[in-house]
Design a protein around this ligand. Structure first.
Ligand SMILES: [Zn+2]
Length: 54
């Protein structure tokens, strides 16, 4: 087990990274992702973020 996610205390600065499926917050201090920050682009929140051509 490693420190997969940011464990910084007093974190004040983050930036956003994204891939094909969503985006997440990354700590500027340790450059590790912030746990539970991942958000899917096509999450049902009442808006269409992605179009499917099924
Ligand atoms: Zn951190």
């Amino acid at each position: 087990m490693g420190d997969e996610y940011c464990t910084c205390n007093g974190r004040t600065s983050i930036y956003t990274e994204n891939d094909d499926w969503g985006f997440w917050d990354v700590c500027c201090n340790c450059n590790k992702p912030v746990e539970c920050s991942y958000t899917y682009f096509n999450h049902y929140d009442g808006e269409d973020h992605c179009d499917y051509d099924d």
